[in-house]
Design a protein around this ligand. Structure first.
Ligand code: R5P
Length: 296
């Protein structure tokens, strides 16, 4: 029976009881094959179970977004600070030096630009090419509630099937349309569908109310999407709250590369994700690194 009506929010999510993870350190991954686990361990730090991913794939539908005009100059120097980098194959091959051995989370969907209906995506990378580029994971947008919802879900299930064939995990990104409500019920629905249909981890947006129910009801790790640029302190607080509410890391783009001091910002985010540093302390660290850099 559909659960779309105004049901009471009295569901039992047991937010305080972490899901057991027999056989592996990541939620829901215990029964995966060795190659899949190995790739996930390159993205998620096995010591903390968390990741700081740098998202720079925006150009696949937005072109040269602010901060990504020159990836060679502004972004490649940031990559050593990330645990993994989410990008397109075009940027990887043209701009990222192959000796940089950061795990790659390869954007594999595309089609419409910002001028068109964004949910009308197709798979846009062959799994063989992802293997050729040594991708640690593949990723795409899933538009739950969007005009082309079914197409995007089927893109995901096809990518998951191809990834399963070769031991490459799929990260599903829950895309939220302009007119859609961003609340816990929506994100629970979207994340759970992605996990139920096979994604090995999910990227989704933070919400202030009920994010812990989103993470608790999703049987695979969730990484927090950064979203549009906000102040550095607010972005650090958002990352902190998401981690404390059960996220297994972040995948941030604009709030890092559009920051006044991207290198300082990513280092502050790392402290929050891997060391549970409090937002104000992390912000002080950000300021310190930023000011040191100015002096040099
Ligand atoms: C699509 O919406 C993609 O996931 C983005 O291009 C990107 O990863 C978003 O990162 P952020 O919202 O942190 O800038």
């Amino acid at each position: 029976m559909a659960d779309t009506d105004a049901v009471k929010e009295a569901k039992k999510f047991y937010e305080d009881v972490p899901m057991e993870t027999p056989g592996f350190f990541l939620k829901g991954a215990g029964s995966l094959d060795w190659g899949m686990k190995n790739r996930l361990s390159r993205i998620f730090n096995p010591d903390t179970g968390r990741t700081v991913m740098l998202a720079i794939d925006h150009g696949y539908f937005q072109g040269p977004t602010t901060g990504l005009e020159r990836i060679d100059l502004n972004i490649v120097p940031l990559m050593p600070y990330a645990d993994a980098v989410m990008l397109t194959r075009g940027i990887l091959r043209t701009t990222v030096p192959p000796w940089l051995t950061k795990p790659i989370v390869m954007r594999c969907s595309g089609g419409p630009s910002i001028l068109k209906e964004l949910s009308n995506e197709e798979l846009a990378v062959d799994i063989e090419d992802a293997i050729r580029m040594n991708a640690a994971a593949v990723t795409l947008q899933v538009f739950i509630g969007g005009e082309f919802e079914t197409r995007s879900v089927h893109n995901m299930t096809r990518l998951v099937d191809m990834g399963m064939r070769y031991g490459i995990p799929t990260m599903a990104v829950t895309a939220v349309g302009k007119d859609m409500v961003r609340d816990a019920r929506y994100f629970r629905l979207a994340c759970r569908i992605c996990a139920e249909l096979g994604a090995q981890f999910v990227k989704t947006y933070y919400i202030e109310e009920g994010f812990e129910t989103v993470t608790a009801s999703c049987p695979v790790p969730i990484v927090m999407a950064g979203g549009k640029k906000i102040s550095e302190l607010d972005a650090l607080a958002m990352a902190y709250n998401a981690i404390q509410a059960g996220a297994s890391g972040v995948d941030m783009g604009r709030n890092i590369f559009q920051s006044d001091a991207p290198k300082a910002m990513i280092q502050a985010v790392r402290k929050i994700v891997h060391e549970n540093m409090k937002p104000v302390e992390a912000y002080e660290l950000y300021e310190t690194i930023k000011n040191e850099k100015k002096k040099n």
